[in-house]
Structure formats: structure tokens, C-alpha cells
Write a protein that binds this ligand. Structure first.
Ligand code: ATP
Ligand code: MG
Length: 585
């Protein structure tokens, strides 16, 4: 446990007494924190931007965009409000109706943020597509979402959309952020905006109207399209305040790409709802660049992914190179288990711990977290947010669930009904129904909960294996291996075995400066056996240059397993091609 001694130069955490807050919390009180629309409705973009303009804070910087070639552009809240009004007006002129889907396929460019906010203001549904997807995943998502409008760049259109237009009957408009309308079948995004005015009546959306469509990361299979409504903003705002400790004027950086849910919930909505300045870096991961941004921009709050933290660890202390990170007040991660070594490393190298947070595309917002005011337990995801009831349950054959006592491994479940809970999987009602039992949402993740209410991640349902009668989760095995100085990353699978049912096999990527060898294999197996005991320790270890990951940065154990066993590889649409450290969730 890492106790906190809060620096008295720093502000008191927004959430100080978690237990007391849990006892008195009500979602109605949280709803009342929203400004709401003049006619009584609710709209995410209005909460994020226009409300600040109405309160006289329009000149504050909402978005600080750092281009990959060194450009730097600030957008005030008032400017974002005007530009998103223009885009909403343009959508209306194009005949887009409330509920219609608007997709964007672009990198982290300013137009993406204008599109997101304008789409929400128009009452349409914002659906981001990760820009590194190939043509087929793009096509599948455009078909499935029935997008009527796509915003993209000339290059991405040429490479990933143009050839397939005939297979996209719903797609009426393609707006190019850098086009002048010359490309057949497209229009210029900016020309459209220029033709509109800055003004627009307030949105007319209601809390239960669809707002966001996010496809999941596809770690366990075919990605699912999770639908979120405008009421999700209640949870975005609250978790931004309580978990990320955001307050007006903060400089905040979320490294996740808006192609994934984290990059929208926490890369756009939560920081703006809390009046922060959002730093957006267009470039891909680069340790030196990242440290320079944290230093130069005086970032106060930083939200990133364990994969990125491990990359920073791999680069060593010299990448830090004298940078001053003293403005940082809070650091958190999401998307994958945060191994204890990463927490200890951050204490030593950066002077503060990373705080693990857990949530999913389906939950829409952070559900379990290590808070700024509470001690960090390395290796634990933390405690549920006030207002969230989390439990460890076991499914019964009759379709119900039983709660399990502290310390016992089972499925992580959340009492259904929080505002950012997904309202469906697109075109898959049956699958949505199967996620619920006895009033609980079943996450598909296995975990334990201790007597103090701290949750620990064990693995995904599909990744946990049984060896000689023992259930073994990947997290505990991989964690131990990552404690060894030679190991950068580890991925565990179960391999069928005549006697044990399955044996534990691990794939290991080494840190720079280490070479695979028989001696190192033996050493690592011995190391794991000492720490895990013979029942759980891996029997086989294979070196890999890199582990297969989703484009959102998660290890795809199903692919390791399929390759090992010669099985069909399944849905590969989200398999990473290059290096990506962006978190899906
Ligand atoms: P799919 O559902 O398509 O297989 P996915 O589950 O990876 O993809 P996301 O919604 O992006 O898609 O990821 C949520 C999952 O990420 C969680 O269910 C969990 O398995 C993992 N995860 C998120 N945060 C954490 C965390 N702090 N510790 C461990 N695992 C985490
Ligand atoms: Mg999932």
C-alpha cells in the first residue's frame, strides 16, 4: 500500500471521504450538477462547452492542439462553441436527423473535436473510427452503424473508403477536412462550415436520446457496437471530478485516441465538462516527446494506458532527461492491468504513483478506481465509485447469480442503472440481454474483492484457465514475470495437456539489452516457480519479439492461443499493425 502525503501546496482532492460520500450519494444529486438545457433536456456538448460560455468563461482555453510537425493551436471554449454550432447547422442543412449516425475516420486533428461536439448538438450519434483501421474494418463499421455522414481526410478516403462506396448505400455524404470538393463524391468540411453562422438555438435532446456509438476493442472476439445516451454526461462529469480530480483551469492530457471510448469519454467530454484545458497531441507515442509535453505544457492531470507506462519504463530514466514534471498532480491509467512494478517505477522515476482505473466501453465511464485521497494498492484496480455497487458473483445454471464472499474469485458485476451504462449493442439485442442477470450487469472480467472493498483483476472470462484443478488468471502469472529485470511484457495462455487438462504457457518479450537463450528461459521459469509455486507456475515459456495487441494496446491472448493450437485466428480487424499506445479503455 502506498500512503499519500498530500503536498500542502496542492489543492485538497475533490473527493476526500469516499466512504462518507458513498453513504449519502444519489444519482439525482449528481444529475442536478448538470446545467441542463433551457427547455429541460440534456446534451453532452452543451454541458461540455456552451454552458461555460453562458457562465462567462468562454475565453478559457478548451483545447490545446499540438500538431505532429510542431504546430500549436489553442481553441477557447467560445471558439469551440461557435465552430460546433456551425457544424451542427451544416448537418441540419444536409438533412441529418436526430439519431442518424455521423462517423469520423481521422487522426487527432481539431476537426475531430468540432465534429464530435457538433454532431451531439445536432442530436445525431457520434461514432469514431480509429484512423489506423484498414479498409475492411472501416467498411464493416460504416455498414453496421448505417452512417449517413463520414468525416475524413483525402488520404484516408482514398486509401480506405473510395473503393467501397458502392457497398455503403447509407453513406450519403463524405466530408473531407483537407479537401476542396474536387474529389468526386466528397465535399469540403471547411467550405460547409464557412457557409453557416456561428449561431444555433440550444440543442433539443433528452437524457435518453442516443449520443455515442463506440465499437469495443475486439480483444475477445468480434467488436460490439455499444450505444450510449446523453445522460452518460452525468457520469463523465462526476468521474472527471472525483477520479481524475479535475477542476477548472487544469491542464489535462489523455493520451487515448478518440477512436476508442477513453479518448471520447475522457479525451473530450469529462475534461471539458470540468472546465479544464485539454491537451491533444497529434503525434504517436514517443517517450521523449511525451516527457517534453508534460514539462512544457505544465500538465496537471495525466490519463494514459499501462502499455504506454511499460514503454516508458522500457526506455529507462534517460528519456526523462531533466524534464520538470512538478506540475503533475495526478496520474492514472486504464485499459489493461497495471502491474505493481509500474506503480513502483512511477513512484521512483516520476515521484508519484499511477492510479489504476477500471471500466469498459459498455460502462461508459470509470467504475472502479484508486482515488487521489486514498492509499494506492499496487496491483489493485481500487474501489467502486460512490453510486456504483460492484460485486463478485457466480452465474447459476438457472440464469441468476450468487454473490461471492471476500477473497473468492468470480465475475465482476455492477448493479445496473448508472447513467453511462450502455443502452444496447447495435443490432444484437440478444447479446445485450445476456449481459444482465438479477439486476446486475455482468462484465465478463474475473476479479476478487477483499474485505476492505478493493478489487483485483484476475483476467477475462475467456483467458482464465484450469490447470490440475486450479483456476489460473493471466494477471498473476504475467505480473510475476514482469518483475524480472529482463522481461518487458508477458502473455499467458492455457495449452491442452493430457494430465493437467491445461498447462500454463507464457510468451515473453524481453527488454532492450537481453537476448533469448536457453539459460534465460530456465532462469525465468525458475523465477516464476519460486514466486508462484509449482501449481500455477508456467511449464512452457516462449520468447517473442512482440506480443500481438489490439490497436487499443491490449494483449490479444486469444491470438496467442489460436496460433499455438493451430486454430482459426478469428476476427483480426483490431489487430495492431504498428506500435500503438492508445487505450481503448
Ligand atoms: P472486446 O469486448 O471487444 O473483447 P475489450 O473488452 O478489450 O474488447 P474495451 O471495452 O476497450 O474492449 O476494454 C475493456 C476491458 O479492458 C475490460 O473488460 C478489461 O478486461 C480491460 N481493462 C480495462 N481496465 C482495466 C484495468 N484497470 N485492469 C485490468 N483490465 C482492464
Ligand atoms: Mg469487452
Amino acid at each position: 500500500m502506498i500512503p499519500k502525503t498530500l503536498n500542502d501546496r496542492e489543492p485538497v482532492p475533490n473527493l476526500t471521504d469516499i466512504e462518507a460520500m458513498r453513504a449519502t450519494f444519489s444519482w439525482d444529486a449528481a444529475r442536478a450538477e448538470c446545467a441542463g438545457l433551457p427547455d429541460g433536456g440534456l446534451n453532452i456538448a452543451f454541458e461540455a462547452v456552451d454552458r461555460w460560455v453562458a457562465a462567462g468563461c468562454g475565453e478559457a482555453v478548451a483545447l490545446r492542439w499540438l500538431g505532429k510537425n510542431g504546430e500549436r493551436r489553442d481553441f477557447s471554449y467560445a471558439e469551440l462553441a461557435r465552430l460546433s454550432n456551425r457544424f451542427a447547422n451544416a448537418l441540419q442543412r444536409l438533412g441529418i436527423q436526430p439519431g442518424d449516425r455521423v462517423c469520423i475516420l481521422a487522426g487527432r486533428i481539431p476537426e475531430l473535436y468540432i465534429t464530435a461536439l457538433g454532431t451531439l448538438k445536432a442530436g445525431a450519434v457520434f461514432c469514431p473510427l480509429f484512423s489506423a483501421f484498414g479498409p475492411e474494418p472501416v467498411r464493416v463499421r460504416l455498414v453496421k452503424s448505417r452512417a449517413r455522414v463520414l468525416i475524413t481526410t483525402t488520404l484516408l478516403h482514398q486509401r480506405k473508403v473510395r473503393e467501397q462506396r458502392s457497398e455503403l448505400p447509407h453513406l450519403e455524404q463524405v466530408l473531407l477536412t483537407d479537401g476542396n470538393g474536387d474529389e468526386p463524391g466528397t465535399r469540403s468540411f471547411h467550405t460547409l462550415l464557412e457557409a453557416e453562422t456561428d449561431h444555433r438555438p440550444p440543442p433539443r435532446t433528452q437524457p435518453e436520446d442516443w449520443a455515442l456509438l463506440h465499437f469495443t476493442s475486439g480483444t475477445t472476439g468480434t467488436p460490439k457496437g455499444a450505444i450510449h445516451v446523453h445522460e452518460a454526461v452525468v457520469a463523465h462529469g462526476l468521474t472527471g471530478r472525483w477520479v481524475l480530480d479535475l477542476r477548472p483551469g487544469d491542464i489535462y492530457w489523455c493520451t487515448a485516441d478518440p477512436g476508442w471510448v477513453t479518448g471520447v469519454s475522457y479525451g473530450i467530454i469529462a475534461p471539458l465538462v470540468n472546465g479544464a484545458t485539454l491537451v491533444v497531441d497529434e503525434a504517436e507515442f514517443d517517450a521523449r516527446r511525451w516527457y517534453a509535453i508534460l514539462d512544457r505544457e505544465r500538465v496537471n492531470v495525466w490519463y494514459t494506458a499501462p502499455t504506454a507506462v511499460r514503454m516508458l519504463m522500457k526506455m529507462g530514466a534517460e528519456a526523462l532527461c531533466g524534464h520538470d514534471l512538478s506540475a503533475l498532480r495526478f496520474m492514472a491509467s486504464v485499459g489493461e492491468p497495471l502491474n505493481p512494478e509500474a506503480v513502483h517505477w512511477s513512484m521512483a522515476a516520476l515521484g508519484r504513483p499511477f492510479h489504476d482505473t477500471w471500466w469498459q466501453t459498455e460502462t461508459g465511464a470509470i467504475m472502479i478506481a484508486n482515488y487521489r485521497a486514498a492509499p494506492v494498492q499496487p496491483g489493485s484496480m481500487g474501489q467502486p465509485l460512490p453510486g456504483i455497487e460492484a460485486a463478485i458473483v457466480q452465474r447459476r445454471p438457472d440464469g441468476g447469480v450468487d454473490r461471492l464472499p471476500p477473497g473468492v474469485e468470480g465475475e465482476l458485476a455492477l448493479r445496473a442503472g448508472w447513467p453511462s451504462m450502455f443502452r444496447g449493442y447495435l443490432e444484437d439485442e440478444e447479446r445485450y440481454r445476456q449481459c444482465f442477470a438479477d439486476g446486475w450487469y455482468l462484465s465478463g472480467d474475473l476479479a476478487t474483492c477483499d474485505a476492505d472493498g478493493y478489487f483485483r483483476f484476475v483476467g477475462r472470462n475467456d483467458d482464465v484457465i484450469k490447470t490440475s484443478g486450479h483456476l489460473v488468471g493471466p494477471f498473476e502469472v504475467e505480473n510475476v514475470l514482469m518483475e524480472h529485470p529482463a522481461v518487458a511484457e508477458a502473455g499467458m495462455i492455457g495449452k491442452p495437456d493430457e494430465f493437467a487438462g491445461q498447462i500454463v504457457k507464457v510468451f515473453v518479450a524481453l527488454k532492450a539489452g537481453y537476448e533469448p537463450s536457453d539459460a534465460l528461459r530456465k532462469e525465468l521459469l525458475g523465477f516464476a516457480r519460486t514466486h508462484l509455486g509449482p501449481a500455477v507456475a508456467p511449464r512452457e515459456l516462449e520468447f517473442a519479439a512482440d506480443l500481438p495487441k489490439t490497436r487499443s494496446g491490449k494483449i490479444m491472448r486469444r491470438l496467442l492461443r489460436a496460433r499455438e493450437l493451430g486454430l482459426p485466428l478469428g476476427d483480426m480487424s483490431t489487430l495492431e499493425g504498428g506500435r500503438s499506445q492508445n487505450s481503448g479503455v
